[in-house]
Every structure is written in C-alpha cells, then in structure tokens.
Design a protein around this ligand. Sequence first.
Ligand SMILES: Nc1ncnc2c1ncn2[C@@H]1O[C@H](COP(=O)(O)OP(=O)(O)O)[C@@H](O)[C@H]1O
Ligand SMILES: [Mg+2]
Length: 394
Amino acid sequence: MRVIGLMSGTSYDGIEAAAAEFELSGETVRMRPLGRLSHPYPDQLRTRIAAALPPAPTSTEAICVLDTGIGQAFAEAGVRALGQLCDGDADLVVSHGQTMHHWVEAGVVRGTLQLGQPAWIAEATGLPVVADLRSRDVAAGGQGAPLVALLDALLLRGLPGVPAALNLGGIANITVVAPDADPLAFDTGPANALLDAAVRHFTGGTEEYDRDGCGAAAGQVNPVLLRRLLDEPYYRQSGPKSTGKELFHLPYLLAALADAATPEPNDVLATLTRLTAVTVADACRAHGVSQLVVSGGGAHNPTLMRMIADELPAVHLSSSDDLGIASDAKEALAFALLGYLTVHGLPGTLPSGTGARHASVLGSITPGRQPLRLPAPADTAPGRLLIVASPLAD
Ligand SMILES: Nc1ncnc2c1ncn2[C@@H]1O[C@H](COP(=O)(O)OP(=O)(O)O)[C@@H](O)[C@H]1O
Ligand SMILES: [Mg+2]
C-alpha cells in the first residue's frame, strides 16, 4: 500500500510531506520510502497561525478560517506529494494537521486540537484521509504524544546497548528502547520553541530561527539565566509527559529574562541552546541511553548538536538518515505508518509511551472519491520495521 504522510510540527515552519510503500507480513512491516518534500505555508496563513497560538486569545471565526486555510495548504502538499513522489498513484493520505492547542492540566492531557480540515485533502487528492490521530489516545487516558514513538520503537529494537531516538522540533521528544523493557517516550522540553521565539523577538520578526546556530556559537551561556530556566517544574516530572507552546512561548522567556537580565541577544541564544542540550542529556542519563539517533530541524543546528555531544560524551550520536529514514521526513513517515496501521485495524500507540490505559487504533477517516474500502483487518501487530529500497508487492 502506498501512503502519503503530511505533518507540520509546533514550529509551523511548513508542511513536510513524505511517501512510502508499506507491506505487512506477520510481525514485520516493511517500509520503502519514496521521497519527501516541504511545502511552505502561505505567509498570510503563517501570520494567522502565529496570531492564534497561545497565549493569544482567539475566536471561533479565526479557528474556522485557520481550519480551512491549513486544510487547503495540506491539500496542496498532498497533491504535490501524489504527483512528485508517487507518480500519481497512492492509496491513502495521513494528515497530522497543525497543532493549535495541547491542553495539559497538572500533567494530564484533557484535549488536543489539530486544525487542517481533511475534507480539503480528500477533495483535492481523491484519496481517503486519516486525520486527527492524537485524540483517541487522549480519550484513552494518554498524552496523545509523542506518537512517533511506535516507529522509533520498531526501528531501534535490537540495536546494541540502550538506543534512543531524539526528535528536535519545536519541542524535543525522546523514545528510549531498552532491551527487555517497554519503550519509554516523552517530551523532554523545548528544542527550538524558545530559541525561535527569541530570534523572532530580537530581530523584530525578520529572522525565524538561529540559522546554523551562528548566534548561539557567537554568544556565552549566562549561568544565572540557565539556572532560572532549569527551575521549570516540567523537567522534574516523570514521564509519560508532553508539553507544547502553551508553556514554552515568548512571554515565558521574557519572564525569565526579567529575573536574569542578559543584555546580549547572542548570550540568550547560547543559553537557550544549552538549555535544550542539558534537558535532553538529563533525560538520556536518567534512562541509561548509550546511543542517540537524532532527527528533526534541530539536527541542522551544529551548535546544538555540539552542546548535546558535550553533555553526553559517552553517548554515540547519529542521524536517522543512517537507519534509512531522512531526518526531515521521519515524522511524516511516522504518521504515514500510523495511518497504514489504522486502516488495517491495528493500534498506533504504545501505552508505555503515552500513558494511555490501552493501545488505540488512531484517527478519523474521511472517504476519498471512491467508496471507502479498507483492507482486511490484520491480526498481528508489527514487532519490527524494516526499511527497504526495492519495490514492495503489496
Ligand atoms: N539550518 C538550521 N539551523 C538552525 N536551526 C534550524 C535549521 N534548520 C531547521 N532549524 C530549526 O528547526 C525548526 C524546525 O524543525 P522541525 O523539525 O520542522 O520542527 P517542528 O516539527 O516543530 O515543525 C526550525 O524552526 C529551526 O528552529
Ligand atoms: Mg516543521
């Protein structure tokens, strides 16, 4: 089955599309990646997303406009992926949508809202769409995140030592796959969320992020500011746990700067980069991680990668590319896999990762142009994932 995954993370830097062929036989799922592309959000839509994100107040009118605009942008990304990655031939689209709110109270997730009306995607591509993948896990008592954990666990299982996958998006999340133990997965804290907010703030919005970590590399860590930021209770909570930009936003950073004045912007960037490295490293040390497979936009930041390596001298760092999954495509491929499991009646969550009462079949399905025909339900959940290069039969 040929599946397109569409994802935009908390950084809302654009939509990542990836396609893959999947085949399930017994405990093994084979995945053959077909490529990836990035599809930018129109400037006006990005501005609207930024304006509606917490802690800003918003209106149901703004939410309606965003649901439509994001749905249309995802539909364009889906059409491009269908043409450019799949030669016009695919079976399913899986859309994460854009998270606008992840509602956490006292460590419990009470709701999570991803916008991007899937009807636009189904209408434009003619394909059935699996969307809204997080809500069912929340309804089953889970965090609804990190959902990439299933792909990580299947991919890393069997590697030597205690392997872990780290994704450095707006938020950083880790999946630890210790031998003979259930996988653990949780958000460690901000990866780029505060860094991006600082860069936008200091440049008046002309720059979106600290390109290649140049600002942080030119600055000095302010230990007082770092200590102030590390006071955040989230870091001391044990998993399962998840967080988002509801917590780690610009006013949060400005409050810390009010307590620990740091006049030089590059020193703020250096400190925020170190904060990500320290919180990631603390999570790795707490779980005895011996090798870390990194993905996500933060993997392109050499200053961040150097600081993580400094904090974890005994841990072997590599990229998910080395395992056959392009670092920037991993989350989109993870969602493609989850939707593939959904249409086979298979769960997409690990209760040990999200904290749910049980594993759930994820998402809601919007039919495509043809009557909805689902594959026969599979009776064995996959135990391993093989990345293959040659075409699959299924
Ligand atoms: N060359 C780079 N140098 C520094 N940071 C980068 C670079 N490329 C991407 N990033 C960071 O990665 C972020 C996007 O990562 P991504 O994995 O798409 O996150 P999300 O899943 O939250 O959208 C950007 O906002 C930026 O902070
Ligand atoms: Mg992104």
